[in-house]
Design a protein around this ligand. Structure first.
Ligand code: GRF
Length: 199
């Protein structure tokens, strides 16, 4: 199986996935890292791990679909089977999502369906929840709304700042994302409506 990981930033989840593939916890080829900006530190991590990179800035594309079609060209060239979004800050078009139906994973730093969107950690903290934590899910056409594969609980402490809470959430992300990818690669996940069955 050939995997492409999509990133926009630091890429700590990418790093966890690279490490998991290296120790053969995930038995698949990390064939490609896609980024929407050339500054993403994730690209440095990819290069260090000898993974091919593909950077495509959104500038010059009129619609999301036009951009996505260009990315898909590359994915098809590289015969990618699974797409892993790891801090990729762009919404995929319906065209993309339908083309790779049930073959796109995402990680979100809150317990979905709570606190969707780009500020999942801050929003949970400000809301005053006592527990939060990351969610791995399949991507559908909505925002952070696809069927849930795996979640992990992180307690919120009374003296937590966004930074301290984020640190604990990220630690859990780095455990559950490789695990969910491993399950996918081993054919253990079956989507049945909103339910994901793990065999
Ligand atoms: C993670 O918190 C993830 O939940 C969210 O984006 C962040 C990416 O972090 N989707 P990193 O680039 O993997 O360090």
């Amino acid at each position: 199986m050939r995997i492409a990981v999509f990133c926009s930033g630091n890429g700590t989840n990418l790093q966890a996935i690279i490490d998991a593939a290296k120790r053969e916890f995930i038995k698949a080829d990390l064939a490609l890292v896609v980024a929407d900006n050339a500054e993403a530190y994730a690209l440095v991590r990819a290069k260090k791990a000898n993974i091919q990179t593909f950077v495509l800035a959104k500038k010059g594309f009129k619609t999301r679909e036009e951009y996505d079609k260009e990315v898909i060209k590359k994915l098809e060239e590289e015969k990618i089977d699974l797409i892993v979004l790891a801090g990729f800050m762009r919404l995929l078009s319906s065209y993309f999502v339908n083309k790779y139906k049930n073959r796109i994973l995402n990680i979100h730093p809150a317990l979905l369906p709570s606190f969707k969107g780009t500020h999942g950690i801050k929003d949970a903290l400000h809301y005053g929840v006592k527990v939060t934590g990351p969610t791995v899910h399949f991507v559908d056409e909505g925002l952070d709304s696809g069927p849930i594969i795996l979640q992990e609980v992180v307690e919120v402490k009374s003296d937590d700042t966004e930074e301290t809470l984020a640190e604990r959430i990220h630690k859990k992300e780095h455990v559950i994302y490789p695990k969910a990818i491993k399950w996918f690669v081993e054919g253990k996940l079956k989507v049945n409506g909103r339910q994901v069955l793990i065999r």
